[in-house]
Design a protein around this ligand. Structure first.
Ligand code: GCO
Length: 449
């Protein structure tokens, strides 16, 4: 057995998002979000479930922080619900909404846990969607206002901030394929949403700097591995298009101050309107980038496959099967993505802000889940991350998705990602084997392989 040690100040943490765990969707002045509207209409969620209660974290916050403390997870990455803080997305802040996050931050710090706070994890206030949503430029300004309320209230204690989580998902699943709220199928809107999400990021970083708030602010991107299905030029070009849409479309404006022209040429009339000065705002320096990595896809050219004419199928490295999401497993893909960002974008400071897997977790009669497969998955990805450090990547932390089993968007409560099982009948939290294992990893700052 070999022990792989991590750098002294390497960060270990667990992650969750607001809509997936909080519940209390209409309490204490919280406004309706696009996910509430979407989910309350039929046939949007595979299982017909909703997130009105989710993990009931809003009412069980102290118990949940107690669990994070018990396991000694040093960092907790959570998201803030915009419509809890600004119910209609515009106008004054809702004191009770801010109070909730204020208490959460206090309880975390009292428990010795560092908060890492995400401002947007996909739950736009419905009122702003009624006015056009992310394709409407006005939304970017409203976002920066909301961010200022949060900085003002929590900025004296929170030192780690993210503007957006996975803007690709918010734009392309929300406005392109319509798989996520608000369920719109229109690639012109999707591309315009991308630009305004990035603009909102830029404006928010500006607010953060001008306000003199302390700590780090950055953006979190989901970067999948991509492999052409064959050596044919058509498959290679299809892979390039998917890569441009998922990687360059976000990384280029942020790190290089330009949008990828090759992609814009291909999508033609779907190109977004970009005003003078916008890209400069997006390009301003941020303190780190968060990278979410789960899997690698095989890409083939197919005229029947959407705007990109690119069909995606899951890839699994030798010896690995598929997860409960029907995603393949490719631990080395994490190292490749980290090295890709290092080599093409000036070796920025990185964190792996999400990684984990949904498995069909079978509980014993006490509800305990001996999830050795999840441990194997997470350990293999941490090993891959370690190889990236050895290759000179400036990666400074790793967060497991997720602390709890939770509401997995269009799939409802089927896929379970948690280190801690949630019995959705009783709301009982039951730590899995992986929670004990990851707790030890964080304590030792190492893994044994
Ligand atoms: C993500 C999401 C999570 C998902 C997870 C699994 O950022 O993609 O943050 O909300 O639940 O990725 O699909």
């Amino acid at each position: 057995m070999t022990t792989l040690n991590f750098p002294k100040d390497f960060i270990w943490g667990v992650a969750a998002s607001a809509y997936q765990i909080e519940g209390a969707w209409n309490e204490d002045g919280r406004g309706e979000s696009i996910w509430d509207r979407y989910i309350h209409a039929p046939y949007h969620i595979q299982t017909g479930e909703n997130a009105d209660l989710a993990c009931d974290h809003y009412h069980r916050m102290s118990e949940d922080v107690g669990l994070i403390k018990q396991f000694g997870f040093p960092y907790y990455r959570f998201a803030i619900s915009w419509s809890r803080v600004v119910p209609t997305g515009e106008g004054p802040a809702n004191k009770k909404g801010l109070d909730f996050y204020d208490r959460l931050v206090d309880e975390l710090l009292k428990a010795g846990v560092q908060p890492k706070t995400t401002l947007y994890h996909w739950d736009l206030p419905q009122n702003l969607q009624d006015k056009g949503g992310w394709p409407n430029r006005n939304t970017a300004d409203r976002f920066a206002e909301y961010a200022r309320f949060v900085f003002d209230r929590l900025g004296d204690r929170v030192r780690f901030w993210s503007t957006h989580n996975e803007p690709w998902v918010a734009a392309f699943l929300g406005y392109g394929t319509g798989l996520h709220a608000p369920g719109i199928c229109d690639y012109s809107q999707a591309y315009q949403a991308v630009h305004h999400l990035l603009l909102a990021h830029g404006k928010t970083v500006q607010v953060f700097r001008e306000g003199g708030y302390k700590g780090e602010i950055g953006l979190i991107l989901n970067l999948n591995g991509l492999i052409p299905a064959s050596n044919s030029q058509a498959d290679i070009d299809a892979t390039q298009r998917v890569h441009d849409e998922t990687h360059a479309l976000f990384l280029d404006p942020i790190f290089k101050g330009e949008y990828p022209q090759r992609l814009f040429d291909f999508i033609g009339t779907h190109q977004p309107t970009v005003k003078a000065g916008d890209v400069e705002l997006i390009h301003q320096p941020m303190d780190y980038m968060g990278l979410n990595y789960y899997n690698t896809d095989i890409v083939s050219f197919d005229v029947f496959a959407g705007l990109n004419k690119a069909r995606i199928t899951p890839y699994s490295a030798a010896g690995w099967g598929r997860t409960d999401m029907n995603w393949g497993i490719d631990p080395d893909g994490l190292k490749r993505e980290l090295i890709y960002v290092k080599e093409n974008y000036g070796n920025p400071k990185l964190y792996v802000t999400e990684n984990g897997c949904a498995l069909p977790d079978a509980p014993d009669e006490n509800g305990f889940v001996a999830d050795w497969e999840r441990i194997h998955y997470i350990k293999s990805h941490i090993h891959s991350l370690h190889k990236a450090i050895e290759a000179g990547v400036n990666v400074n932390g790793y967060f497991v998705w997720s602390i709890f089993d939770n509401f997995e968007w269009e799939r409802g409560y089927g896929p379970r990602f948690g280190l801690i099982r949630v019995d959705f009948e009783t709301m009982q939290r039951i730590p899995k084997q992986s929670a004990y294992w990851f707790s030890e990893v964080a304590k030792q700052n190492s893994i044994s392989i």
